[in-house]
Ligand binder design. Structure first.
Ligand code: FAD
Length: 505
């Protein structure tokens, strides 16, 4: 009996670890060749797997660590050594993965069964139970708010009896502040790589085509072990949590981390459990170390959004990956790869991705995917770009976030697009003050590219968007514009598109 673990199953606390004769881990080069991933992503996954192997061996677990071109090659060797073996694996989150892996095992005379995946709070049956009972079951759209309240009640997290702790379910209105001019975010936790990580990093550099060259990225500093991930959690709680809430949506030039937790990669690899992260947040609240708006904002992300995205993806695939309800087909501008653009917001956000395989949520949503949305980019290509560029990216999480939330390619997740003009970026950041484009102008040379793209986007997709929830105010502004204004907006949008296409934006 073998426990087969993928690089996203690195949970040392799981109870199934001691119930098998051995653990099988496969380091597949074909995985790394599938797309040009960010070098930090490849280093992170492979270094974390190798450190996990050492951890398990240290505690007496037998580990077969196989390095091979493909999973199939490694399984050939495994079944030669252990014919007709029974394999168990935590259920993978990627659509179709369970079937594909089971076929690989069946074809070699073995059996593969699945156990609940501890990197998620809910099993598929539990989520499906909620989804089938939900009030809006006649609609195609899943509502985070309903799900989140159900999760709070079910788990008792931040609950005072039947009521939400401190009286409200949501403190979003307190979480839209921008920091004062003299504010400096606390230094993010950065981990000096050990010998194993350094070895993996130089192998990645020499063996694979990557999103950016290793010398273009910042030095690798992500946590690769459970100890480091726990330290990152503690340092978030100690130094950043109090300001996480108020500055959750803020962006500052030169600041890639702000007060975000930087924990997504550790959670997605299984190095931290979502339950322990949530419990730690609750303890910080009880100890008075963080206010309710920070703690609720954080719990909403992990207990709500993360879980919600995983299961909406599961239930919406395979259609979600190909969805394109707005029929958007533009290729992504080259600036998404080079970071070379005069637009400060885009150059900052792409720069963060190029350097570290990370940008925080508001840069992902309101800069990187918002620009692609109003520009008319193909959602599938945008999804691929996110999947390549980020250390925490996996198909189950990029697809609902990028195709569903960011591109509004399906209405499964929201009833209106996250589209905005430059004014949102201006309100939530200091980017516009150093930008050569004028956020105050919609048309003519030097006008903020977001503005003309935004208005022409609304007009072009009027048929789909006008009637959708909460778009009334925006369409009242559309209605106020006269034909001369539209002509100038169309002209500016076309110039912006040309500049974006030929890399001169
Ligand atoms: P924090 O801001 O500190 O939030 C805490 C935690 O909440 C995160 O670590 C994460 O585990 C969870 N979380 C928050 N929002 C989401 C969400 N929408 N979906 C899933 N989990 C969430 N998250 C990924 O893990 N991988 C991705 O590839 C990814 N791609 C995204 C692409 C787009 C276009 C958007 C809009 C969001 C994406 N997200 C992704 C969700 C979210 O932006 C990241 O989880 C978060 O920015 C990671 O940084 P952090 O750990 O500092 O998060």
């Amino acid at each position: 009996m073998t426990l087969w673990l993928l690089g996203t199953h690195l949970d040392r606390t799981a109870d199934y670890l001691d119930e098998h004769d051995r653990v099988l881990l496969i380091e597949s080069t074909a995985f790394a060749e599938r797309r040009p991933y960010h070098p930090h992503k490849l280093t992170l996954v492979f270094a974390a797997m190798r450190r996990f192997r050492e951890d398990l061996r240290h505690r007496g677990v037998t580990v077969d660590y196989r390095r091979a071109e493909t999973f199939g090659d490694a399984l050939d060797d495994h079944f030669e050594a252990h014919p007709e073996d029974d394999l168990t694996m935590p259920r993978p989150a990627a659509h179709g993965a369970a079937d594909r892996l089971r076929e690989l095992v069946d074809g070699r005379g073995g059996r593969l069964s699945f156990v609940p995946n501890p990197t998620f709070l809910l099993t598929p049956d539990e989520f499906d139970g909620w989804a089938e009972r939900r009030e809006t079951s006649d609609s195609a759209t899943y509502r985070l708010e309903d799900f989140y309240r159900w999760m709070r009640r079910r788990s008792g997290v931040l609950m005072d009896g039947d009521s939400p702790e401190a009286g409200d379910w949501n403190y979003d209105e307190q979480n839209r502040e921008t920091p004062p001019d003299d504010w400096e975010p606390p230094a993010p936790p950065l981990f000096e790589p050990d010998e194993t990580t350094r070895e993996v990093a130089s192998w990645v550099d020499s063996a694979f085509e990557t999103f950016v060259g290793v010398d273009e990225a910042a030095p690798f500093r992500w946590p690769v072990t459970r100890e480091q991930s726990l330290e990152a959690l503690e340092r978030f709680v100690d130094a950043r949590f109090a300001e996480f809430g108020p500055y959750q949506d803020a962006m500052l030039e030169g600041e890639w981390a702000m007060s975000h937790s930087l924990l997504s990669a550790s959670i997605n690899l299984g190095l931290l459990r979502p339950t322990e992260v949530i419990e730690r947040a609750e303890r910080a609240y009880e100890a008075g170390d963080a206010s309710i708006n920070s703690v609720e904002g954080f719990v909403r992300q992990v207990l709500g959004w993360r879980e919600f995205m995983r299961h909406v993806y599961r239930r919406s695939m395979p259609a979600m990956a190909d969805a394109n309800q707005l029929g958007q087909t533009e290729a992504l501008p080259p600036a998404y790869w080079t970071g070379e653009t005069e637009m400060t917001c885009l150059s900052e956000a792409v720069g963060h991705v190029r350097k570290r395989g990370y940008a925080h949520h508001i840069e992902r949503l309101m800069v990187l995917s918002n620009f692609a949305l109003v520009y008319g980019a193909d959602p599938d290509e945008l999804n691929e770009w996110f999947h390549q560029g980020f250390v925490d990216a996996f198909h189950w999480v990029t697809t609902p976030n990028v195709v569903g939330m960011g591109s509004f390619a399906t209405d499964a997740l929201s009833s209106k697009p996250y589209a905005s003009s430059g004014s949102y970026v201006n309100r939530m950041s200091d980017y516009c003050s150093s930008c050569p484009y004028a956020v105050s102008r919609d048309t003519g040379e030097g006008a903020c590219p977001f503005n003309s793209l935004y208005w022409t986007f609304l007009r072009e997709h009027e048929e789909t968007l006008r009637g959708t929830g909460r778009m009334g105010l925006m369409y009242s502004h559309v209605d106020d514009k006269n034909e001369d204004e539209w002509a100038a907006l169309e002209e500016r949008a076309e110039t912006v598109r040309q500049m974006a296409r030929n890399g001169t934006l």
